[in-house]
Design a protein around this ligand. Structure first.
Ligand code: GLC
Ligand code: MG
Length: 248
């Protein structure tokens, strides 16, 4: 066994089955202790909502925390986002200009204040209204702002710097810690996780309960380095880690 970089989404991926979560947490923590494996949680949640989940599920401390859909990276338990990463994202990013355009779309409902972050503007958008997305994107692109749109779970719309998402944040950590792509494994269940699987050749575990948008992407992009688990949530992750030989 050798060390690897483990990156996982939280809601409906790492978290969802309490018993499997305990089992997986044990395996990962002892692997970390024995081999120096690094563990990263990568979630759409803001610091406040992450803290809630962390306390509710008693999540153990990761080596890095990627919050707000890849726009904030916290290393070694720090309370301050990594300034090197924030600096990369700030180029050409302008929240006010984004809001001036999104205001023209009544279909967009702002998410709670806690989920509005320095490099993330988030809305609820009902699936039946999601046909506005191309037009919204075209309006935003006209301003030549540094942005990208990510639509997840048929309700969440995030606008982020185009230099950022879960995939690019993962690559930043992978390069910082010098893990090869084949010694890195990423896990997810929904739209904002596609970036984790699409960015390179990291090993990918799609949990059995994955949402239609991710399953569709998976089926259109079949590759040996991605695995669709039969089991759900943390049990699906355990299954995938064994499939790739990261765990016995
Ligand atoms: C989390 C965040 C929300 C975001 C969603 C999808 O639920 O709280 O702001 O839109 O993930 O990325
Ligand atoms: Mg999820």
């Amino acid at each position: 066994m050798t060390k690897f970089l483990f990156v996982t989404d939280l809601d409906h991926t790492f978290v969802g089955d309490d018993q499997a979560l305990l089992q997986l947490s044990d395996r990962l923590q002892s692997h970390r202790q024995q081999y120096g494996t690094k563990i990263v949680y990568s979630t759409g949640r803001s610091p406040i909502l992450y803290r809630e989940l962390q306390q509710e599920k008693k999540l153990f401390s990761p080596d890095a925390l990627v919050l707000s859909v890849g726009t904030e990276i916290y290393l070694d338990g720090s309370n301050h986002p990594d300034p090197e990463w924030s600096n990369i994202l700030s180029q050409g990013w302008d929240r006010e200009k984004i809001l001036a355009i999104t205001e023209q779309f009544p279909e967009l409902v702002l998410q709670p204040d806690t989920e509005q972050r320095p490099f993330k503007v988030s809305f609820f958008l009902k699936a039946e209204l999601s046909s506005i997305l191309p037009q919204l994107e075209a309006e935003l692109q006209k301003t030549q702002l540094n942005i990208k749109l990510i639509y997840s779970s048929e309700i969440d719309l995030d606008i982020l710097p185009h230099t950022s998402d879960k995939g690019q944040a993962m690559q930043f950590l992978r390069q910082k810690w010098k893990f090869a792509a084949k010694q890195t494994v990423v896990c997810g269940d929904s739209g904002n996780d596609i970036a984790l699987f699409a960015v390179g050749k990291e090993r990918g575990i799609i949990v059995g309960n994955a949402r239609p948008e991710l399953l569709q992407w998976y089926n259109q992009n079949l590759a040996d380095h991605r695995y669709l688990a039969q089991n759900h949530y943390a049990a699906g992750i355990l299954e995938g880690l064994q499939y790739f030989g990261f765990l016995k």
